[in-house]
Design a protein around this ligand. Structure first.
Ligand code: ADP
Length: 184
């Protein structure tokens, strides 16, 4: 048995850019290939581990700090971590990179207009109406990654294409074995 390498795929991008959608599809594919993975998602983590936190810069940083601690433990023990968090600040993402094993920054990109048009959770309408403070991309900053390891342009590619890009990266960097069978 070859020991599995841990890694931390860090999906960052605006709300509605496609972080969760791609991470879920990727999770299914990796599990089907027998890779040990754990998915950490902003929306679910905020209902448990960090339910006491809001969206000020200080609380956002605390949210990421706690999640980073979990990602650190998992990734150093051979688990592939799929983390989807808006994580708007470059400095915070650099901190995550320093703490976790085999950190891979995935910029999930779609123009703000596209994310607002999708409005998956109805949040953009509220943000544009001024009903939500600190909404990333509208009333709060999003610092785009300057040199992400992978960039997904979800307004131009299908979910399958985005997933294939990440899988190719993982295979190229020998984080997962090259898959010879049928794509699930
Ligand atoms: P986030 O997790 O970044 O807030 P979600 O994954 O919740 O975003 O929502 C993204 C939305 O965009 C979903 O409704 C998804 O079906 C749609 N979408 C369209 N094309 C893509 C793509 N190529 N990758 C990911 N999502 C896409």
């Amino acid at each position: 048995m070859i020991e599995q390498k841990g890694f931390t795929l860090w999906f960052t991008g605006l709300s509605g850019a496609g972080k969760t959608t791609v991470a879920k599809a990727l999770e299914n594919e990796l599990r089907a290939r027998g890779v040990k993975v754990e998915r950490l998602d902003g929306d679910t983590v905020r209902e448990s581990l960090t339910r006491d936190l809001g969206f000020s810069k200080e609380d956002r940083d605390k949210n990421i700090e706690r999640v980073t601690f979990v990602a650190k433990l998992l990734s150093r023990n051979g688990v592939g971590v799929l983390a989807s968090f808006i994580s708007p600040y470059r400095e915070t993402r650099a901190m995550v990179a320093g703490e976790t094993t085999n950190f891979i920054e995935v910029f999930v990109h779609a123009p703000l207009e596209v994310c607002a048009e999708r409005d998956v959770k109805g949040m953009y309408a509220k943000a544009f109406a001024g009903e939500i403070d600190n909404f990333t991309g509208v009333s709060d900053p999003y610092e785009e990654p300057l040199s992400p390891d992978i960039q997904l342009n979800t307004h131009e590619e299908t979910v399958e294409q985005s997933v294939a890009k990440v899988l190719a990266y993982l295979e190229e960097h020998t984080y997962i074995p090259v898959f010879e069978g049928q794509q699930a």
